[in-house]
Design a protein around this ligand. Structure first.
Ligand code: HEM
Length: 146
């Protein structure tokens, strides 16, 4: 029962995180393309909401993932001894690292100005990881690589 609950929370968190990452990237690139029309809007407030919700989803997914690894369900060794699981965790850490600079930059109040290309590039670099991590998760959950 607990396993089903944490599995569901893990997947919901992962979905929420993916949605937040996509929405933030779409909002940033459309604002960058149309920055003359931003006078009255407060883009930083919007990004604080998006990244706030994304951070909550990340915490839910990571928290439930740690429970699935260490506390409920299959024995921890089933995952700890699987290089596919190590690759998944490493890519999750890379993915979280790619979120930090765009989130910090976009959530600060700033005058209307072109965004640094690195912000948009880092946002897009998260996309392939969002595809690879669930594939590795699918494999390691079925013991492939163990
Ligand atoms: C530190 C972070 C994470 C940890 C410790 C973790 C751990 C785990 C564990 C132990 C399972 C296996 C559950 C089981 O079979 O009983 C799992 C499944 C899964 N994880 Fe994660 N995870 C983390 C982050 C993520 C993220 C960020 C995503 C998505 C972007 C993700 C996507 C999935 C998916 C899709 C499954 C289901 C695989 C399946 O049953 O087919 N995980 N995770």
């Amino acid at each position: 029962m607990a396993e089903v609950l944490f599995r569901s929370l893990h997947l919901l968190g992962a979905l929420g995180m993916a949605a937040g990452i996509l929405v933030a990237a779409l909002a940033a690139s459309s604002m960058n393309a149309d920055r003359d029309n931003l006078d009255a809007a407060d883009p930083a407030a919007l990004f604080r909401k998006i990244y706030g919700l994304t951070a909550a989803a990340v915490m839910l997914s990571v928290g439930a993932g740690l429970m699935l690894w260490l506390v409920v369900g299959k024995p921890a060794a089933f995952f700890s001894n699987n290089p596919v699981f190590h690759a998944k965790i490493a890519l999750v850490l890379v993915m979280l690292a790619t979120l930090i600079y765009p989130a910090w930059y976009l959530c600060r109040p700033r005058p209307p100005q072109p965004m640094p290309a690195s912000v948009l590039r880092l946002q897009k670099s998260t996309f392939p990881l969002l595809l690879i991590v669930p594939v590795l998760a699918y494999l390691m959950a079925r013991g492939i690589g163990y």
